[in-house]
Each structure stands twice: as structure tokens, then as C-alpha cells.
Design a protein around this ligand. Structure first.
Ligand code: PBG
Length: 323
């Protein structure tokens, strides 16, 4: 035998030397759920180890993350039902929870990068990402609402905006609105190929944001489609997106690769709540080694072509890298 691939696997040193994929902590974005109140750190049943934090507690969490090398955070607000309405008006109130959180964190930690969520669902009494009229999620009337939300977030100090709503034309609409308001340096991380996925279940528990009626299939993509992801990517790119995101990640590694092979801007993968919950649940049962599964999953997402990974394992992964 001339070719013996096992020679390159014979020792730890050699294995590390020939390793093709590294995922350093600088490539990780940590999601944080923000709730109202003081000294609150509330468990999420379907996401063991992940919490909803009041702003003061979240600040401590950010500090701990910074110590571990995590510098980018994506924020999601938990909004009381009493503040929700059909047009998501709470989302642009100057002193609301979300905008206050952004301002507080940027003031306390000027060097971190804050990514926001632009979509109506946390604030919508209908639980949809867009405006609902006669049972339909209407596209064009949603855009100005998203634009107002985006400008409020930019004004609060957000570095990058993350439109997760999947309305058509929203990237261009937001880019125009931001530029016109003078926020030419605020970036857009487009949720480009966002699939109508069962893996968002735990997130909707965390935010209590599940749709009140129907599902999200008229705006989020069909898991069976990949050519459509290319179309979405082309649109988002041409409309001015700075990042293209694929979400979820694990069941969509081919989509990550597809976008990576066809576009030159950074590709982001969102390793979503259900992907986290799956590994946690099996780990707690003793059915698999949680830590090894986490490393394998995150490495695979990187190997597929993701430049940046959003994951609820951020802190645990950072701790593993420090070991
Ligand atoms: C909604 C939004 C969702 C997630 C991020 N933004 C859920 C949804 O589309 O219902 C899911 C993230 C996760 O599951 O971790 N704008």
C-alpha cells in the first residue's frame, strides 16, 4: 500500500497539524434573552443552561462572556403580553426594554459588538414577524414598521441589525432608511435563508412568541428548497446585506456551503434553539457526550462554510477552548 491515510492520524500532534477546520471564539456570536425587572435570571425549561436576564444581570453575563473572549452578542427581548399589539408599537418606544438594553450595554462595554433582531414577533399580538391583515401576513405594509424599528435600534447604538422577518425587499428598504437617517455605518446581517423550521420551538417558548394562528410558511422557506436560498441570497446581496445568514444550521449544511461557494461576503450560520435543546436533552439522559457533540456540531458548521456561528453553546464552547 502506497497511500495510507492513517499515517496522518497516528498522534495527537500530527492530527492537530493536519486539522483543516478551526473555529476560534472570535467567530462566535452569543444570543441573550432580555426581560424586564431587576436581578432576574429566569430559566428556560426547554433550553437548560440558557436564561432570560434582566438588564443588570445581563450586564454581568456579558462581563463573564468578555472574560472568555466572546465579544459579539445578539439580543432578543421578552415582551409582556400587555405591551403587544398588532403593529408592534412597543418596539420603537424610546425607553422600552430592548432599546434601553442596547444603550446600557454599549455604554458599559463600548468595545463589544451588538447585533439586534428586526422583526415584529416579539412585540406582535399576532405572534407573526409581519403585519397581519385578514389572516394574511402582508409584506409591503410591514416594511415601514421594520424600518422604524431598525432606525430606533441604530440610534440606540446597535452595530449590526439582524432582520429575521423574511419579508420581500426588506434589506433594501432598511438600507435606504438607515442611510437616509445617517446610519451608513450600521451593518445588516440578513436572515437570508431562514427556513420554516420545527427547530425554533424552544426559542418561541423563551420569548412566548409563537404565532397565535397559522404558521410562518408564507414567509419562511420550505426546508425542501435550496435553489430558492440562492435567489434569496442574490436579492439580499444586491439590496446591500453585509452578511448572509442560514438558519437553522445543522440540517442545512448544504445551504451554508451553497452560499459560501457563491458569495464573497461573510456567511453566518444560526445554530438554533432546537439544535441546542436536542444535544442538551440527550446529554442529560446520558445518551451522548454533550461536550463532544457540541464540538463536533460547531466544527461541522464551520467546515461546511460558515464564517460566523451564532450558538447558545457560546459560553460552554469558550470554556472548552480555554482548557
Ligand atoms: C423570529 C425569530 C425566531 C428565531 C430568531 N428570530 C423564531 C421564529 O422565526 O419563529 C429563532 C431562533 C432560535 O430558534 O434559536 N423573528
Amino acid at each position: 500500500m502506497i497511500r495510507r491515510p492513517r499515517r496522518n492520524r497516528k498522534s495527537e500532534v500530527i492530527r492537530t497539524m493536519v486539522k483543516e477546520t478551526f473555529l476560534p471564539i472570535e467567530k462566535i456570536i452569543c444570543p441573550l434573552f432580555i426581560i424586564d425587572g431587576k436581578s432576574q435570571k429566569v430559566k428556560i425549561d426547554s433550553m437548560p443552561g440558557v436564561f432570560r436576564y434582566s438588564i443588570d444581570e445581563a450586564s454581568k453575563e456579558i462581563e463573564a462572556c468578555i472574560q472568555l473572549g466572546i465579544k459579539t452578542f445578539i439580543l432578543f427581548p421578552v415582551i409582556a403580553d400587555t405591551l403587544k399589539d398588532t403593529v408592534a408599537s412597543e418596539s420603537v418606544r424610546f425607553d422600552n426594554l430592548y432599546l434601553t438594553a442596547i444603550r446600557t450595554f454599549k455604554k458599559m462595554f463600548p468595545d463589544i459588538c451588538i447585533v439586534t433582531d428586526v422583526a415584529m414577533d416579539p412585540y406582535s399580538s399576532d405572534g407573526h414577524d409581519g403585519l397581519v391583515k385578514d389572516g394574511e401576513i402582508v409584506n409591503d405594509a410591514t416594511l415601514p414598521i421594520l424600518a422604524k424599528m431598525a432606525i430606533a435600534q441604530a440610534e440606540a447604538g446597535a452595530d449590526i441589525l439582524g432582520p429575521s422577518d423574511m419579508m420581500d425587499g426588506r434589506i433594501g428598504f432598511l438600507r435606504d432608511a438607515l442611510d437616509e437617517a445617517g446610519y451608513t455605518n450600521v451593518g445588516i446581517m440578513a436572515y437570508t435563508a431562514k427556513y420554516a423550521s420545527a427547530f425554533y420551538g424552544p426559542f418561541r417558548d423563551a420569548l412566548d412568541s409563537a404565532p397565535k394562528s397559522g404558521d410562518k410558511k408564507t414567509y419562511q422557506m420550505d426546508p425542501a428548497n435550496s435553489a430558492e436560498a440562492l435567489e434569496e441570497a442574490e436579492l439580499d446581496y444586491n439590496e446591500g446585506a453585509d452578511y448572509l445568514m442560514v438558519k437553522p444550521a445543522l440540517a442545512y449544511l448544504d445551504i451554508i456551503k451553497l452560499l459560501k461557494d457563491n458569495f464573497q461576503i461573510p456567511i453566518v450560520a444560526y445554530n438554533v434553539s432546537g439544535e441546542y435543546a436536542m444535544i442538551k436533552a440527550a446529554g442529560m439522559q446520558g445518551w451522548l457526550d454533550e461536550k463532544k457533540a457540541m464540538i463536533e456540531m460547531l466544527t461541522s458548521i464551520k467546515r461546511a462554510g460558515a464564517d460566523i456561528v451564532i450558538t447558545y453553546f457560546a459560553k460552554e464552547y469558550a470554556k472548552y477552548l480555554k482548557e
